[in-house]
Design a protein around this ligand. Structure first.
Ligand SMILES: [Ca+2]
Length: 119
């Protein structure tokens, strides 16, 4: 079964995306800076908080990450963190059509991201 980024937005806790399970992208080494998922809302909306759930325990595998928004075609940081918190990440409200979740470090090459909820 392919593991696609869509599994991070299906509302199902035990389906997930992992950089090294995405058949559309092939195997990704964390050092390649290619371990990211972008979400396109289809129109501009206000983003003010993001909840990310890894499979398993909070703070399980990801050791550094950033959240970025599409700023007229340029990915711009709106949050950087280490372990993924168990609660929503509040950001300064931003008007954007796209958000990118960029994993910049992990204990393993296949961190498993179960859900990303962007509000
Ligand atoms: Ca899921």
């Amino acid at each position: 079964m392919p593991i696609t980024a869509g599994y991070t937005a299906d509302g199902v806790a035990n389906t997930f995306w992992s950089p090294n399970y995405d058949s559309a992208r092939g195997s990704i080494d964390m050092a390649d800076s290619q371990a990211w998922i972008a979400y396109d809302f289809g129109k501009v909306k206000t983003v003010s908080n993001i909840t990310i759930n890894e499979v398993g325990a909070v703070g399980n595998k990801v050791t550094s990450f950033k959240l970025q928004y599409d700023n007229n075609g340029t990915w711009t940081d709106m949050f950087t963190g280490t372990s993924i918190p168990g609660t929503a990440i509040n950001v300064t409200p931003i008007q954007t059509q796209k958000v990118r979740f960029f994993i910049t470090g992990a204990q393993t090459n296949n961190p498993q991201i179960a859900e990303v909820v962007i509000r």
